[in-house]
Ligand binder design. Sequence first.
Ligand code: NAP
Length: 346
Amino acid sequence: MEHPQSDSAPATPVAPVPAAATMRAIVQDAYGDADGLRLEQIAVPLVGPDDVLIEVCAAGVHIGDWHVMTGQPYLMRLMGFGFRGPKAHVRGMDVAGTVKTVGAKVTQFHAGDEVFGACDGAFAEYATARVEKLAAKPAGLTFVQAAAIPTSGCTALQALRDTGKITAGQRVLIIGASGGVGLFAVQIAKALGAEVTGVCSGAKVDLVRSVGADHVIDYTDTDITTSGQRYDLVLDMGGDRTLSQLRRCLTPRGTLVLVGGEGGGRLIGGAMVRSLRAVALSPFVKQSLRMVLGTTRSEDLQALAALIDSGKISLVIDRSYPLDEAADAIRHLHTGRPRGKLVITI
Ligand SMILES: NC(=O)c1ccc[n+]([C@@H]2O[C@H](COP(=O)([O-])OP(=O)(O)OC[C@H]3O[C@@H](n4cnc5c(N)ncnc54)[C@H](OP(=O)(O)O)[C@@H]3O)[C@@H](O)[C@H]2O)c1
C-alpha cells in the first residue's frame, strides 16, 4: 500500500458554521470491513484559521480509503491513523465542491469558489481542508471528474516527475497501468514524451491502450520479469514482484520507482518492506531504486488541471455512487476491479 495522506490537523473553532448545524456523513467507529460504515447525521466540522469549509459535491474513492477503513497494514495505526480505531470518524479524502466559508487567515479562497483536492472526511455533505491541498476546479470539469483526480493524479505525477525524473524519449514500464494511479501515470508519461508500456490484466488491455499506452502487456499471460525487455524507468503499482524481479526489467542504469502493491503481510505490508529494502540497497547498485510517498498539493493539482485542459489527460470514471452507497463503492474498489475511478456524489 504506502499511503501517506494522514496530515490532518485538529480544527480550531474560530469561524461560525454558516450551513446546517448537522450533515449526513459516512462514519466508522472501529477498524473493519465496509459493513462497519454507517450513514449518520453528525455535526458539521468546525473550520480552523488556515482551513476552508467545503460543501462537498463529489468525493473520489481510492484504495487508501480501504486501508484507513480496515487499519491494514497495521503499521498505519502507528503512523497516525489511530491505534485502536480510526482517528478520523468520517471516511474519504478526495473532494470536489464549493467553498462555504474560510478560516480567519485564509486569503487564497473565498466562499463560492469551486475547488478540488484533499480534505478530512470527504464522504459527507461538508468537509474541512487545508488550503495548500486545494486548487481551483477547472471550469471544464464536472465535480465528479474533479473528485477523481487528487490522490491518484498527484501520486502519478510525483512518481514520474519528481522521483522518477522522467525525460522525453525514455522507455517507461508502468505496472498496474489500469488502476487509479496507473491510468494517470500512462497519460502523464506520454505527455512528457516517453514511450510507454502498460501492464494490466487481459480484461483491461483495451482500456490502457485507449488512454495512449504505446504497448500493453497482459500480466496473466506474460511474465514481464523474464521477457528480456529493459526499461529506463519502471513504475510499480501492482502485484507483488520481488526487487530482483523488478530490477531485471531495468536497463543497467535505469530507475525503479515503487509506488505500491497490495501483496504481503498485514503487519507492515509487503510493498512497504520491499520499498524500504530498495532504498537501502540503492546506494550500492548502479540502478536507482526509489519509493514514493505521494501527497496532494495545490501546485500539482494545478499542473494536472493544465494537462487536462490541454487534452493530454482524460479522466476515466467507472461509475459514481450516492452517499448512502459509499460502502458498496469501497467494496467494488477492493474486489470488483473497476475500469477507472469510482466517485461518490453528495
Ligand atoms: N505511495 C503512495 O503515495 C501511494 C499513493 C496512492 C496509491 N498507492 C498504492 O499504489 C497501489 C496502486 O494504487 P491504485 O489506486 O492505482 O490501485 P488500483 O486502482 O487498485 O490498481 C491496482 C492495479 O494493479 C494491477 N495489478 C493487480 N495485480 C497485478 C499484477 N500481478 N501484476 C501487474 N499489475 C497488477 C491492476 O490491474 P488489473 O485491475 O488489470 O488486474 C491495477 O491496474 C496501491 O497499492 C496503493 O496502496 C501508493
